[in-house]
Design a binder for this molecule. Structure first.
Ligand code: ADE
Length: 277
């Protein structure tokens, strides 16, 4: 997968070089280009924003800068260094790594050869695990980080000629700009690329994958500060353990995010645990 990020704060994207994403870069599963938007600014001050038509506070990012930047990135002619991994991971596989996982299972992306353009904005559609799953099959994703009061709307409208455009929000709060949202979205996507996380089960059992929040997890020691690991986890009875995990997931979801239960298919046993029958 290829990721390109356009931003006026390239250093903000430094975390993409670390941990799991850095490892994916080293393994050749991922390449990342971070581009300073000011390279496309045309005036001596390298300005990227201007006052809004119609008045009001803040500044709006200029179409004359964004347009050529997005054209160049779509055409693959935006020069600049790719990010290198921060860590020598390659000979240090994760403990849960699976041998033989297909690293580049592309296909299954959306209906066209155009790259995907993701524009993070609090005014966008909520980003979900389902989006992350779908976009983990993309070959080329470009992120456009807006700052200030946003980007001139015509940039997004015009970009639809060269990209499949998605305006997305990572939550109902306002950040200073899109950079942190890009880190969130990129991490959620990249960890789902086959071969990146190693053990497929680790994401098949993620919160949200089955519509439920994940229940609690435990490791050694069996007793810690007077608190014991639930007995059932030592039973060796997989069916019993699975049932217990499902119960915990159901109860946590009911307590914390009850609205999610509306989209979950509940068995008779599930309904009993939730006190619905
Ligand atoms: N930019 C500013 N706030 C944002 C949010 N909540 N989600 C995505 N991008 C943003």
């Amino acid at each position: 997968m290829r990721l390109d990020v356009l931003t006026i704060f390239p250093e903000y994207l430094e975390p993409l070089r670390h941990a799991l994403l850095g490892k994916a870069i080293e393994q050749g599963i991922l390449s990342v280009g971070v581009h300073d938007l000011r390279r496309w600014a045309t005036d001596v001050h390298k300005s990227v924003d201007d006052t809004p038509y119609g008045g009001g506070p803040g500044m709006v990012m200029k179409p004359g800068v964004w347009g050529p930047a997005l054209d160049d990135v779509a055409a693959g002619t935006a020069s600049g260094e790719d990010l290198t991994s921060s860590l020598p991971h390659v000979d240090k596989p994760r403990h849960d790594e699976l041998a033989g996982v297909d690293k580049q299972a592309y296909g299954g992306g959306e209906d066209s050869d155009l790259p995907l353009l993701i524009v993070p904005t609090p005014a966008g559609k909520p980003f979900t695990q389902e989006d992350a799953q779908a976009w983990s099959n993309e070959e080329h994703i470009v992120f456009a980080c807006g700052r200030y009061e946003g980007i001139d709307q015509r940039v997004v409208d015009d970009a639809a000629q060269r990209y499949r455009v998605r305006e997305v929000s990572i939550g109902d709060y306002v950040l200073i700009g899109g950079e942190v949202a890009v880190l969130v979205i990129a991490e959620a996507i990249v960890r789902l690329i086959p071969g990146v996380l190693g053990n497929r089960r680790s994401h098949e059992e993620d919160s949200f994958s089955d519509g439920l929040l994940e229940g609690p997890s435990y490791t050694k020691p069996r007793s810690w500060r007077g608190l014991d690991v639930p007995e059932v986890l030592f039973s060796g009875n997989h069916a019993k353990v699975d049932r217990w995990r499902r119960d915990q997931a159901l109860l946590r979801t009911q307590a914390v995010r009850p609205e999610l239960l509306a989209d979950v298919e509940l068995s008779t046993a599930d309904r009993k645990v939730l006190g619905l029958d």
